[in-house]
Write a protein that binds this ligand. Structure first.
Ligand code: ATP
Ligand code: MN
Length: 460
């Protein structure tokens, strides 16, 4: 008997009347007047449950099947048929049902079949993927991650893993966690606990290291976990999150915008195709708008404005007659929300920020005031992408290093890239969890990563 999964059944890959075996968990159970037991079975492959029908002639009907509760794991053999009641529906008529695992104390099962709040589920990160909602998010997340790799593979990019333990202190990117070796301390070999002979950290960005590969194998990306000691509890910051960083030689900022649009459209189309039923569930339960806005995203161009115009819009339209809105201000999350949720009601690229707001490596514009950068903001989430053309001219780079009082020696290797055959190049970093928030409509970043790490929270 062929072992199958629920997705294949719903995608019509299994013919009616075939005998199949299926493994999964009980979502719901009810008993009809004629003593038929109906079980909604899920196996995680698909959002929908498969209806399993057992009659009271089965050997373990009274000893086991009747006692099943939500969460029990079972293995079922049976015949796939069209439901008598609803010819559109498929169900499995049981020939044999084996219980693999019972639920101890069903009344205390944290993932009972009633609706739970996201806060409740967060307390049970090890069990919450059993719910429809976290199941849907997890499947979408996986398709997005694979989708990026597929896109890059198909389009001639090389995957360059940047190191996770690093001595680069990427100025401005965020607070770093340092890496220590506990044994070193105990053995008293080095009082400073300096395993590497210098201070090292968990990476806050792989950009600087992959720039060296962009300046040799041209089209590269790095894709891995990023660590930032974010000392605030927001709905869009994690201490450990995933970032995609792309770096391309011979490209200016305008061309990179084109690349970003193509990549995002590819991945979002893939989710629309692969996870349509998951999106329907999220549309019904989380945000009415999500499918419409994803389809619209795929078929339109992202709006672009200059930072200076963003400030103008805020000055004229934001409901504050406020002196804190001026050229040179950083946009806070309320400003960002106003621009994308209220004013443009669409994703938005903001270009050319004042150099004071941005790190040393961004290419200075001819006005000598702004840099060639972009931030991309999305409705309901805020910034998802930050990028720039990098300063490839050694003279300007060294001037910025000096102005910002950075230690020139630390950047010797980075300056080498400009001293030996420098090329124009650009890149961007995309926060994967923020993108998943946009795609799924989920409001809190802690719900789009399996085991979130935030301040005072590193369970499991
Ligand atoms: P923000 O202003 O929202 O803190 P940032 O300016 O620090 O973002 P970058 O350093 O440009 O962000 O990082 C690139 C991308 O990484 C951001 O656009 C965002 O999508 C994501 N990101 C940054 N910090 C976090 C975080 N703490 N948790 C999750 N994603 C993050
Ligand atoms: Mn930040």
């Amino acid at each position: 008997m062929k072992l199958t999964n629920i997705k294949d059944i719903f995608k019509n890959k299994i013919s009616i009347d075939s005998l199949i075996k299926i493994n999964g968990w009980v979502k719901n159970k009810r008993i009809s007047k004629s003593n038929l037991i109906f079980i909604d079975l899920y196996d995680g492959s698909f959002i929908n449950t498969l209806q399993i029908v057992s009659n009271n002639k089965l050997l373990n009907y009274y000893t086991e099947i009747i006692k099943l509760t939500t969460g029990c794991s079972i293995s079922v053999k049976g015949k796939l048929i069209k439901s008598f009641k609803d010819k559109e529906k498929l169900e499995l008529h049981v020939l044999e049902l084996n219980v693999l695992g019972w639920v101890k104390n069903p009344n205390f099962y944290p993932i009972s079949s009633k609706k739970h709040t996201m806060e409740h589920l967060r307390k049970f990160s090890h069990l919450r993927s059993r719910t429809n909602i976290i199941g849907a998010i997890s499947r979408i997340r996986s398709v997005v991650f694979q989708g990026f790799h597929n896109y890059f593979y198909k389009n001639g990019y090389y995957w360059v893993p940047s190191p996770i333990i690093t001595s680069i202190n990427s100025e401005g990117a965020g607070e770093m966690f340092s890496v220590l070796n506990e044994n070193f301390k105990e053995n008293n070999i080095d009082k400073n606990n300096n395993f590497f002979g210098k201070k090292v950290f968990l990476t806050v960005s792989g950009q600087l290291t992959i720039e060296s590969y962009a300046c040799s194998i041209s089209k590269v990306y790095t894709f891995g976990p990023i660590f930032r000691a974010e000392n605030s509890n927001t709905t869009r910051h994690l201490s450990e999150f995933w970032m995609l960083e792309v770096e391309l030689a011979f490209l200016n900022l305008n061309k990179i915008i084109h690349v970003i649009e193509k990549i995002l459209k590819y991945v979002i189309s893939l989710v629309l195709k692969n996870n349509y039923e998951d999106l329907l569930f999220l549309k019904k339960n989380i945000n009415e708008n999500i499918i419409f806005r994803l389809k619209k995203f795929v078929s339109s161009k992202i709006k672009k404005i200059n930072y200076v115009d963003a400030v103008k819009i805020l000055k004229e339209n934001y409901n504050f007659n406020d002196n804190s809105i001026f050229f040179g201000m950083d946009l806070n999350s309320d400003h960002e929300k106003f621009l994308v949720d209220k004013y443009f009601k669409a994703p938005l690229i903001i270009l050319n920020y004042p150099k004071e707001l941005k790190p040393f490596y961004m290419r200075i514009n001819d006005d000598n005031k702004t840099v060639s950068n972009l931030d991309i903001l999305f409705p309901g989430v805020g910034e998802i992408i930050g990028g720039s053309q990098r300063e490839e001219r050694i003279k300007y780079l060294e001037k910025r290093i000096l102005e910002l009082k950075l230690n020139k020696k630390h950047y010797k290797w980075y300056r080498d890239l400009r001293n030996y055959g420098t090329v124009p190049h650009s890149g961007f970093g995309l926060g994967l969890e923020r993108l998943i928030m946009y795609i799924t409509g989920i409001k809190n970043i802690k719900d789009v990563i399996p085991f979130p790490r935030t301040i005072k929270n590193a369970d499991f």
